[in-house]
Unconditional design. Structure first.
Length: 323
């Protein structure tokens, strides 16, 4: 059996397993629903740990033997000393999107164009950014930060927005990938499932149409005419009415309505704790097998990941998933 290992570089200091290692535990948390990925490293007292300070760059790689994967890059936000050691915490560069506020008007721009522009202004690199809906005109104001604007665009397009472990922004719809195989009695330690009752059966989106009736290209013609799009499900519940002035034609309204309905009717979710696997990332696909509850078996999207290495429990990975 391979032994869990790690390599943590904080500032100019590097920490690796060994008899003299001051590292008690390492935890990295990533969540599509949370703006920035974070880490916590608990260290014992030593000359090396006394030099750690706010702003130090940090890199964390974990795995088994020589097979190590980088799971976090960021900076130290706090180094809290205690009687027996220091607790170091920090975030990744997604915080740059939280700090950026703009007042901008985009003309004939796709959602992906706006996301690329916001990322560039914040100094955040991008990985895969899909086009999404094209808006004749779209306003961004400083009442929300760049991350909030990106999430709003993602919800309208039916996309996810999150950072890779290499700190690159992804903005795209979920796509099935080769699944990570998880099986009860093999690598699953704990698991649970939650099923929510959907309260919405349909979504209607009302936008602002053009008086010329020529669609999105005539957005600038002032009018009280409304355009709308709707989507229905077979579920029982209420009809949700959304008013969105950024929507200028029925096609876009239908896309937004479908995206919102799909989000609201995804009711099956859960968590699974497995033997540590640093290759599991946000947006990946997992396949769970061998569970007694049939709802817990199948393929699911990874929505959150928590990697933890400690002297007490070894290396584990907690995955939050959704159907």
């Amino acid at each position: 059996m391979l032994k869990p290992t790690y390599k943590i570089k904080i500032g100019s200091e590097t920490f690796e397993p060994g008899v003299q290692s001051p590292v008690s535990s390492v935890r990295v948390t990533q969540d599509i629903e949370v703006p920035a990925d974070g880490f916590e490293v608990v260290l014992g007292v030593s000359e090396k740990t006394s030099t750690i300070k706010e702003g130090d760059e940090i890199s964390i790689v974990i795995g088994y033997g020589d097979e190590l994967k980088e799971v976090f890059k960021g900076a130290v936000d706090s180094a809290i000393p205690g009687i027996s050691g220091v607790r170091v915490r920090g975030l990744n560069p997604a915080t740059k999107l939280l700090e950026l506020r703009v007042n901008s008007v985009y003309m004939d721009s796709k959602a992906g164009d706006m996301v690329n522009d916001l990322a560039g202004k914040a100094g955040v690199k991008t990985d895969e950014v899909s086009d999404g809906i094209k808006f004749p005109v779209y306003y961004l104001d400083d009442g929300k930060n760049a991350h909030e604007h990106i999430l709003e665009l993602a919800r309208k397009c039916g996309f996810d927005a999150y950072m890779t472990p290499q700190n690159k922004l992804i903005f795209k719809a979920y796509e099935r990938s080769d699944p990570h195989a998880l099986e009860y009695g093999v690598n699953i330690i704990e698991a649970d499932v939650q099923e929510d009752r959907p309260m919405v059966k349909s979504v209607v989106v009302l936008g602002e149409g053009a008086s010329s009736f020529k669609g999105a290209e005539s957005w600038h013609w002032l009018t009280k005419k409304l355009v709308s799009g709707s989507q229905k499900s077979d579920l029982k519940g209420a009809e949700l009415l959304i008013q969105d002035p950024s929507v200028k034609d029925s096609d876009a309204a239908a896309i937004v309505a479908d995206s919102l309905l799909q989000e609201m009717t995804k009711t099956l979710s859960g968590t699974v704790k497995i033997l540590g696997d640093a290759s599991v990332k946000l947006g990946d696909t997992i396949e769970i097998k061998g569970m007694g509850n049939s709802k817990m078996n199948g393929e699911f999207q990874v929505r959150s990941v928590e990697h933890e290495v400690s002297k007490a429990t070894g290396f584990t990975t907690l995955i939050g998933w959704r159907k």
